[in-house]
Design a protein around this ligand. Structure first.
Ligand code: CO
Length: 474
């Protein structure tokens, strides 16, 4: 049966998040936005993930304004975002009222495809998002519709079997998902397993299957090809100047591979190549400014062993560079899977990837495991992030949190509505309703940005604009 494969272009989000610390600016996107809009992609991923934080923290851009500009420049293509479930775009659980408002504002400002995941695959942490998407679908002004895309975070462990993912997909479909995403953020899938898993998912659910991987360990293209043969509906690729390595497999080779076959994407290869020319310049700028590191482009088979996602690899490198401890890179990579096993095999994806990564760095640099423990690791042990795939050993629980109580309910059940509190706290800076959400997610960073914005408007000299370049968690 002939089946056209569709592509999601990630160059405006995951590609630069995974290769260049999320530093692509809106002025580097807009010159080719109208061309991107003509390609015929299923969607263009351009928002969410770490872009929101990066806009406020490093680029002095209002992330909401960025979204509106992209929406205006690309009226024909579905715009996609990545949403960390109850964590929204931050690193902790938010109250349901903040989640609901965030989803509503994302849709109103132009997002069509909302890809939701929970780092632990705890569906309770995705429910408020899914419900909010279903509730606000009709707020879409683009005419392109709203798609609720719920995610299976792929990982490997004794509990993460094919059956586990199939059951999870069924549950998410039952909760109202329109599309199921199989998210292989650490490039751990292997081509033949992909074939079996995609087949099983296609048999189990009616929703289209959308596959996301990285090419960190060099298997990305083969994964896509086997997935396509197994009937996958949509795959994520990045234009070649920022494709491959820790990013997605490149867009152009896949278009060429499928051309003339029953899976033909129907996309125009030479037209896409013209757009890629623009991003060559952007990649050069990011390299010149020190964000794009050649190491992120090399095939690194360590990923298959250490199970470290793309964004996390470049982040660990940056952390160690700052600590002048690049010589500890291999040691830290070896520590990551040990910390992960200790913490009950969470899949490694934001924020769990950051939490496990930072703890691995601490374990190595301090010379004694769990001598120092981050507050996030304590939170995981207390149950604040949700249910872990495997229970943590009692002696480690004791070492990390002593006799503190642990919770078993949905973590957000313990959080009272907080939107009004945030609104009150920054009322003097509010220029748009969305500011309350920026502040809720990144209080200090947003406040600094609001002050910068205000100073700029009043034509005051502001040193706040000179935000020092720091390592940013993705
Ligand atoms: Co990714």
């Amino acid at each position: 049966m002939a089946k056209k494969v569709q592509l999601t272009e990630t160059i405006l989000r995951d590609a630069h998040q995974s290769q260049a610390a999320t530093r692509m600016r809106i002025d580097e996107m807009l010159p080719v936005a109208s061309k991107l809009d003509e390609v015929g992609y299923y969607s263009i991923e351009c928002w969410g993930g770490a872009t929101f934080d990066s806009c406020l923290r490093f680029l002095n851009e209002d992330p909401w304004e960025r979204l509106r500009k992209l929406r205006k420049a690309m009226p024909k293509t579905k715009l996609q975002m990545l949403l960390r479930g109850q964590n929204i775009l931050g690193y902790k659980h938010y109250a349901d009222d903040v989640v609901e408002e965030f989803v509503k504002k994302s849709i109103q400002n132009g997002i069509n495809v909302i890809r939701i995941f929970d780092a632990l695959n705890d569906t309770r942490n995705m429910k408020a998002c899914i419900d909010a998407i279903l509730k606000y679908k009709n707020e879409d002004k683009s005419g392109l519709g709203v798609v609720c895309e719920a995610t299976l975070c792929y990982t490997v462990s004794e509990v993460h079997t094919r059956e586990y993912f199939v059951n999870l997909a069924k549950e998410l479909e039952g909760m109202g998902a329109d599309v199921i995403c199989l998210k292989d953020m650490a490039n751990l899938l292997l081509p033949y397993e992909t074939y079996e898993l995609v087949k099983a998912l296609k048999q189990a659910v009616k929703c289209p299957i959308h596959l996301h991987t990285h090419n960190t360990s060099g298997t990305g293209n083969m994964i896509y090809l086997k997935a396509i043969e197994a009937g996958v509906d949509i795959v994520d690729t990045a234009l070649s100047p920022m494709g491959n390595g820790t990013s997605q497999p490149a867009t152009e080779p896949l278009i060429a591979t499928l051309q003339g076959t029953e899976y033909d994407t129907g996309l125009d290869l030479s037209y896409v190549t013209e757009i890629a020319e623009h991003f060559k310049g952007v990649a050069e700028r990011l390299t010149k400014d020190g964000y794009l590191n050649k190491k992120a482009l090399q095939t690194d088979v360590k990923g298959l062993i250490y199970q470290v996602p793309g964004g996390m690899l470049s982040n660990l490198m940056n952390q160690l560079k700052e600590a002048n401890a690049m010589d500890k890179y291999d040691e830290v990579l070896a520590e990551v899977p040990k910390v992960r096993a200790d913490l009950g095999y969470p899949p490694l994806v934001t924020p769990s990837s950051q939490i496990v990564g930072s703890q691995a760095v601490l374990n190595v640099l301090s010379g004694e495991r769990y001598k120092m423990v981050t507050k996030e690791v304590k939170g995981i042990v207390r149950g604040e992030y949700g249910k872990l795939p495997v229970e943590i050993k009692a002696d480690l629980v004791k070492k990390i949190i002593g006799d503190e109580p642990r919770i078993t309910c949905r973590p957000a059940d313990n959080i009272k509505p907080e939107l009004e509190k945030y609104r009150e706290e920054i009322k003097e800076y509010i220029e748009q309703e969305e500011d309350v959400l920026s502040y809720a997610l990144f209080p200090q960073v947003a406040l600094k940005f609001f002050k910068y914005r205000q100073a700029n408007k009043m034509n005051l000299d502001s040193e706040i604009g000179d935000v020092a370049t720091k390592i940013q968690p993705v």
